[in-house]
Design a protein around this ligand. Structure first.
Ligand code: 2AL
Length: 166
């Protein structure tokens, strides 16, 4: 976590690099870095959220490249892999039945929508995620794209809150 006053003073490339693990959408990181200085955290979060409002299917696909499936905690040392592990910490990796159910449900979702199922995992148990997945399988393509984008916004803004503080 770095202080906002420090973030405001970073060189452009360092500021972008700091933001990059929040979401794999370079246009977002670039614009948020270019919008500095921010007067306070609320101004930063407001700008960060505003910049997510234009996201659509293309941005969702772009971002998914950096999100492992639920139940597949990445082992890499990169910052975004560590964040995914933390976010999925409530998904009990020792529960074999849960792991199998998640694997099957992920496969059904991918066959239906043609992309990885995305959900803000932080604060949700594996069972809650399974229930949400089953509900989202009933949505239309447009409804589900909107839901997935909402989850992506939540993940991104939570990661930002964990990256830059007072
Ligand atoms: C993730 C992830 O890596 N972190 C999170 O909150 N959700 N992945 C996913 N497929 O939903």
């Amino acid at each position: 976590m770095i202080a906002l006053s420090h973030f405001n003073l970073l060189a452009e490339d360092a500021a972008r690099a700091l933001l990059q693990p929040c979401v794999a959408i370079p246009a977002w990181t670039q614009a948020l870095a270019a919008g500095r200085p921010y007067a306070d955290l609320s101004a930063l979060h407001h700008a960060a959220r505003e910049l997510t409002q234009t996201w659509g299917r293309a941005e969702l696909e772009q971002a998914l490249s950096a999100h492992p499936r639920i139940g597949e905690k990445p082992t890499g040392a990169q910052r975004h892999a560590a964040l995914s592990r933390q976010e999925q910490a409530s998904v009990n990796a020792d529960d074999v039945a849960l792991a199998q159910a998640l694997k099957a449900a992920n496969a059904r979702y991918e066959a239906r929508f043609g992309r990885v199922f995305l959900i803000r995992a932080k604060g949700r148990s594996g069972e809650e995620i399974l229930q949400a997945l089953a509900q989202r399988l009933t949505l239309s393509d447009a409804e589900e794209t909107a839901r997935a984008l909402g989850e992506l916004r939540d993940i991104t803004l939570l990661r930002l809150e964990g990256t830059i503080g007072q």
